[in-house]
Design a binder for this molecule. Structure first.
Ligand code: EPU
Length: 421
């Protein structure tokens, strides 16, 4: 298993290109299942999670061809010949459950393994099931698999989510595009990835309004056509690299970065004493001297502070003057990085969903281990500010969500390398 060696090396300077969003791409890819015509995605990120979704779609009979070094995904679901999403693939990646809605809508039946828990929490699928049942699906759990069918087709309905789940909104929105009549999703998720999916579905002929707000209306159509769509910028990769100069000092321009994708996060960075500027080609983040100030952070659905940047923000606040309170409100178990940061000298007290982080003057390099994707990258960020060497092991998590992390950070002057294991 590979590991990453980071040596704290002072201020950073230069540019980092931001890739297309993993989480947008992972929901855009299953949208191919809705149509017999080809769907082509451009600006796709080169990540192991994308390869896992490719394998899943191929196992269902879809054709997925990776072009231009992985940045273009040409897909066709003309001849689907399997309707079972196998446990062996789903257990590797929870987002596999996003094939359920599209398969059900297109084929009238689908069998999808329940993903089970993961490092950050239990993550059930009750909201997905509730939404699809409201559209008339019959869903049963047998042998660890959800067996879903809609023998008479799906019918539009009002779905009122008890929580604005990203995945449930995506699954039910995709299914509703081919349902008979009108579906209204209330308390829908508002994340940019939902807007990106709706934009792509509209290009395919779907009739969707209200995406980006908490009420989405979908008029079902008989069939969807093909389309070509660029994947939206990855706001979590963007936020992660914005934190690199914040923690190590210096100035880095994140190319392709958009303030509207990270507004609440950027506001917290500014509050902490870091400058964020829109440049026309991206976002520039500057920290020249001066301490980081403690700030309190609560994770919330978009447009609130994203849970996917909480671990990385904790690394920054571990070096701040004063005590910050971080509240994790989306996942019940997403502080696994805290004990690892403490091995680097951070002072963190975790009580349930709240972490109190008291900044220290200097983090110290240490061997550390990552338990999930965002935790891994938070340890790399901490390593940029630490004295000495930090070795982050088990970086396969990292490769699920960050393409060429060491190359991107080397380009701005970081001392970082991958050790093949
Ligand atoms: N939830 C339920 N029941 C459901 C669905 C969700 O209780 O049926 C709960 C979850 O257990 C969790 C909360 O609702 O506590 C939020 O879950 P949500 O459904 O919104 O998240 P998701 O769709 O499973 C996506 C991202 C995550 C990101 C979350 C929150 C993808 C592929 N994944 O997950 O990304 O943290 O939204 O923004 O889009 C990551 O990239 O590292 C990552 C974990």
């Amino acid at each position: 298993m590979d590991s990453i060696l980071v040596t704290g090396n002072g201020p950073l300077s230069g540019q980092i290109p931001i890739a297309g969003a993993k989480n947008a791409c992972l929901t855009l890819m299953p949208a191919t299942l809705l149509s017999e015509e080809p769907l082509t995605l451009t600006n796709a990120p080169r990540l192991s999670d994308i390869r896992t979704m490719t394998a899943l779609l191929q196992s269902l009979g879809a054709e997925v061809t990776s072009l231009q070094n992985g940045q273009v995904l040409a897909m066709s679901s003309h001849d689907l010949n399997n309707h079972v999403a196998d446990y062996d693939i789903v257990r590797k990646m929870r987002a596999s459950n996003l094939v359920l809605g599209p398969m059900l809508a297109r084929l009238g039946h689908a069998v999808v393994s329940l993903p089970g828990g993961c490092a950050i929490g239990a993550r059930p699928m009750d909201l997905h099931i509730h939404g699809l049942e409201a559209l008339g699906a019959e869903i049963e759990l047998r042998d660890g698999y959800l067996h879903a069918k809609a023998p008479r087709g799906l019918k539009g309905a009002v779905v009122d989510f008890s929580f604005a789940s990203v995945g449930a909104t995506e699954n039910v929105m995709m299914a509703a595009t081919l349902a008979k009549g009108t579906t209204v999703l209330k308390n829908a998720a508002r994340e940019p990835e939902i807007v990106d999916l709706a934009t792509c579905l509209r290009k395919m002929g779907a009739r969707i309004e209200g995406d980006g707000t908490s009420v989405i209306t979908i008029e079902g159509v008989d069939r969807l056509n093909g389309a070509t769509h660029p994947v939206v910028t990855d706001r979590i990769e963007l936020g992660t690299y914005m934190l690199a100069p914040a923690i190590a000092g210096g100035e880095v321009e994140c190319l392709g970065g958009r303030l509207d994708l990270v507004a609440s996060f950027a506001a917290k960075l500014e509050q902490a004493g870091v400058t964020v500027t829109e440049t026309g080609q991206g976002l520039k983040v500057t920290r020249k001297g001066g301490p980081i100030r403690a700030v309190d952070v609560t994770t919330e659905p978009f447009p609130g502070f994203p849970t996917d940047l909480q671990a990385q923000m904790m690394a920054l606040l571990a070096t701040a003057e004063g005590t910050s309170v971080l509240e994790e409100r989306i996942f019940e178990n997403r502080f696994m990085h805290a004990p690892e940061l403490m091995r680097m000298g951070a002072r963190i007290d975790v009580q349930g969903g709240t972490a109190r982080v008291t900044g220290v003057e200097q983090l110290k390099g240490a061997p550390v281990m990552a338990t999930d994707l965002r935790a891994s990258v938070s340890l790399i960020l901490a390593g940029l500010a630490a004295e000495g060497e930090t070795v982050v092991s088990r970086v396969y998590h990292l490769d699920r969500g960050y393409e060429h992390v060491e190359t991107k950070l080397q380009a701005v002057g970081a001392k970082i390398e991958r050790i093949r294991g």
